[in-house]
Design a protein around this ligand. Structure first.
Ligand code: AMP
Length: 435
């Protein structure tokens, strides 16, 4: 078995099992949007995008139960931009957001996704100069992203500005909009826009207030939901780099009843850790880019059928749900983190993610926390138990290193005897596992 020690690019993990996920193209998006998506390096649509895009592109109103980190902004921005491409007339869409920061983020995503079609966006938020905003409005933007109070101000005071030609209204983070007492402003805005329009309402939670707003503003909507962040508890575990293996085994041990997906950065670690865990008696199986397609499917089948409780993966994949996601290596890109932890806490079920953080990863975890909009909790550990495990884990690691060396040697000899180049990839032990 020849194993690469190179650091694979994290974002590639999402593409590797693309055949199991619909692509942006198959969802019916037009070329200028597909180009922008490629530029942004979005490999596959997130769950909320998979669910929301088809009905949205058919022209339906949408209620999206989803929070920050789910990819909800693109889920509402893409169908709006697609329709804008067909009829680029006047002020086309208005997005209401509860905070200034969110409004700017939304506008940036519209601009990035609409970059190949020259979309013009304006942000109208409190605390900024009204006159400058009025000048921006006079330049006829296609999209306005606003906090409700300031938008209402402009409707009342800015000459020549109206929402009468509007085709789309988005109420983003509706629960927060209503918690912040924007209800009356929103009512005023609803009166100033045409009834004939498409409306998208996104909210992390469906409160009674949100349900009331929904009845007042949407017609015959399609409801799509992902529970990212609602039923998911996200933990981190601070460990010195040299002690990652023993902490991983500790986690596997204390969570033994659960289905666990462990993500690694390299092929080598996926292979190595699955053997270490097996040498310690855990039913672990690897999944990485150097396995043949049939071995990958074999690994997946065993994991999904429950005959293996632990999948150690270096590549992404779409499986219905797991109880626990462990990031043995913290992802370098926040969006990869989101995709990974999205394997758990699906369809209303509870789930946990635990990310190992070393002394070199502090900045990365802070960046992830900013993107997901929450602080992770510290996973509690029993120091004595870890100390007790240490010797056995070190022994298992030594044994594994020897096994891997021998496997490597065998592969090498086979190649010298003129065996097929990919022999290493297809080699399996007698029970058919990929290790
Ligand atoms: P949101 O939930 O809209 O706040 O998005 C969270 C982050 O995910 C943003 O940084 C987006 O740029 C990113 N994102 C959205 N859709 C995708 C996708 N399909 N693949 C990768 N990243 C995405």
């Amino acid at each position: 078995m020849s194993l690469s020690l190179s650091r694979e690019r994290n974002s590639e993990e999402i593409t590797s099992f693309q055949n199991l996920n619909p692509s942006f193209k198959s969802l019916g998006l037009i070329d200028p949007l597909l180009e922008a998506i490629e530029q942004l390096d979005y490999k596959t649509p997130t769950d909320i995008q998979v669910e929301a895009l088809p009905p949205a592109l058919e022209g339906r109103d949408i209620i999206g139960v989803a929070s920050t980190g789910s990819g909800k902004t693109a889920a509402f921005a893409l169908p709006i931009l697609q329709k804008l491409w067909d009829e680029p007339k006047g002020l086309f869409a208005c997005v209401l957001a509860p905070t200034r920061e969110l409004a700017y983020q939304i506008s940036q995503q519209f601009e990035a996704l609409g970059s190949a079609m020259g979309v013009r966006c304006t942000v109208l938020v409190g605390g900024m100069d009204m006159v400058t905003q009025s000048i921006a409005l006079a330049k006829k933007p296609h999209i306005v992203v606003a906090t409700p109070g300031r938008l209402k101000d402009h409707l009342e005071n800015t000459k020549g500005f109206s929402l009468r030609g509007l085709k789309f209204l988005v109420l983003d983070e509706a629960d927060r909009l209503l918690d912040m007492d924007f209800g009356p402003d929103i009512d005023g805005i609803l009166k100033a826009i045409p009834k004939e329009r498409t409306t998208y309402l996104f909210s992390a939670t469906m409160t009674t207030k949100v349900a009331k707003l929904q009845r007042a503003s949407l017609s015959n909507p399609v409801r799509v939901e992902v529970f990212y962040g609602v039923h998911l508890v996200q933990y981190y575990l601070f460990v010195p780099l040299s002690q990652k293996d023993v902490h991983l085994v500790y986690l596997a041990n204390s969570l033994a009843q659960n289905s666990i997906m462990i993500f690694t950065r390299t092929v080598h670690d996926a292979q190595r850790l699955s053997i270490v865990l097996r040498n310690l008696g855990f039913a672990a199986i690897p999944l990485h880019g150097q396995l043949s397609q049939s071995q990958r499917l074999g690994s997946l089948n065993k994991f999904q059928s429950g005959s293996r409780k632990i999948l150690v993966a270096q590549i992404g994949l779409d499986i219905p749900t797991v109880d626990i996601v462990i990031n043995f290596d913290i992802p370098t890109h926040s969006k990869d983190y989101i995709h990974r932890v999205g394997r758990t806490a699906r369809a209303g079920r509870a789930g946990k993610s635990i990310t190992l953080v070393t002394q070199y990863d502090v900045e990365l975890i802070q960046r992830i926390e900013t993107v997901i909009g929450k602080k992770m909790d510290l996973w509690p550990t029993e120091k004595d138990e870890i100390a007790l495990l240490r010797e056995r884990v070190e022994e298992a690691c030594r044994l594994t290193a020897t096994e891997l060396r021998e496997e490597g040697g065998k592969g090498h000899r086979k190649r010298r005897r003129g065996g097929r180049e990919d022999k290493d990839d297809t080699e399996t032990k007698e029970d058919g596992d990929a290790i």
